[in-house]
Structure formats: structure tokens, C-alpha cells
Design a protein around this ligand. Structure first.
Ligand code: SF4
Length: 178
């Protein structure tokens, strides 16, 4: 059971509450995510609709899209990824600063979709780790938003030290990401 320290005199009652640093940082991070849309085909159009006024992603603190990997923390991969694009996608991922998260939006990004061919990557998790998969061909904006809500839950609840853990280092090593 978590031990809660005694409230110092003068710092209790109405207007005060106790929390952990991890929860406060998680809340701030989850509501100020900067997505990098890596859109290669039709699923990208659904994302454009998600950004529009009807669905309005800015309600989640995400109106600031970034096309610079170093200024973003959520990689959204939307569309068919050819095998030739794999190394480029991996380079974009490695250029993003930690902590970072990844959503595979739609069947193509998740599994290659209907394109079971010699030239198409059968899922982006062949080259980078993925946190959330959004099914559908294409997924509707509601599904993309559902994926984003799931990412927000992950971000809120991620321990501050996770990125330094041996498990996380092992995950990166599996993908040959230093
Ligand atoms: S999942 Fe369907 S809609 Fe999305 S990029 Fe692939 S073919 Fe297009």
C-alpha cells in the first residue's frame, strides 16, 4: 500500500491535493502531444478529416502538428509503407527525442493490409516498435481518435523511469536502434 506523508501545517484542506510527480508529468505530457503525421496514402486523408473542425484534434491538445522529428513525440504512420520506405521511417523514428510513442493507423501500416506483395512492408513493427494499432481500411476519424485516447492513457500511466529500464533498452536492441 502506498504510504502518504502527513500534510505539513498550513498546506491542507480546500485548495490543496496530493499527487505524485509521475502523475503530474504524465498528465502534462498526455495533454500536449505533438504528432508527426507520416502519411503516404489514403489513411492520411482520414487523418486530415480528423484534424478538421468536425472532429477537432486540438481538443486533445494536439493542434500543433510537427513535420520535424526532433520537435514531435507521437509518430502517426498512415498508409502503405513500401519496403524501400522502411529505412526512412526508421530514421525519422530515431531522430525523435525520448519519450516518444507510435501509432500504426490503418491496415496497411499495421500489417501491410491488402498489399501482400514483394514490395510492401507487412507492418511497420517490422522496423520500429509500435504502441497502438488502429484497425480499418480506412479507419474512420472516430477510430483514429480512439487510438489517440489509448496513447494518452499509455502516456499518463508511463513510469518516469521506463525509458531507462533494461526492458526498454532490450526492445530497442531488438530493432537495432542504439
Ligand atoms: S489501410 Fe486501406 S485506406 Fe489505409 S492506406 Fe491502406 S489501403 Fe488505404
Amino acid at each position: 500500500m502506498t504510504k502518504i506523508a502527513d500534510i505539513p501545517e498550513g498546506f491542507g484542506g480546500e485548495g490543496f491535493f496530493a499527487t505524485s510527480l509521475s502523475s503530474a508529468v504524465g498528465l502534462a505530457r498526455a495533454n500536449s502531444i505533438w504528432p508527426l503525421p507520416f502519411a503516404t496514402s489514403c489513411c492520411g486523408i482520414e487523418f486530415m478529416a480528423t484534424m478538421g473542425t468536425n472532429y477537432d484534434l486540438s481538443r486533445f491538445g494536439m493542434e500543433r502538428l510537427s513535420f520535424s522529428p526532433r520537435q514531435s513525440d507521437l509518430l502517426m504512420v498512415m498508409g502503405t509503407i513500401a519496403k524501400k520506405m522502411g529505412p526512412i521511417l526508421k530514421q525519422v523514428y530515431t531522430q525523435m527525442a525520448e519519450p516518444k510513442w507510435v501509432i500504426a493507423v490503418g491496415a496497411c501500416a499495421s500489417s501491410g493490409g491488402i498489399f501482400d506483395t514483394y514490395s510492401v512492408l507487412q507492418g511497420i513493427d517490422k522496423v520500429i516498435p509500435v504502441d497502438v494499432y488502429v484497425p480499418g481500411c480506412p479507419p474512420r476519424p472516430e477510430q483514429i481518435i480512439d487510438g489517440i485516447l489509448k496513447i494518452q492513457e499509455l502516456v499518463k500511466n508511463e513510469p518516469l523511469r521506463r525509458r531507462f529500464s533494461p526492458e526498454y533498452q532490450h526492445l530497442l536492441e531488438k530493432y537495432q536502434i542504439a
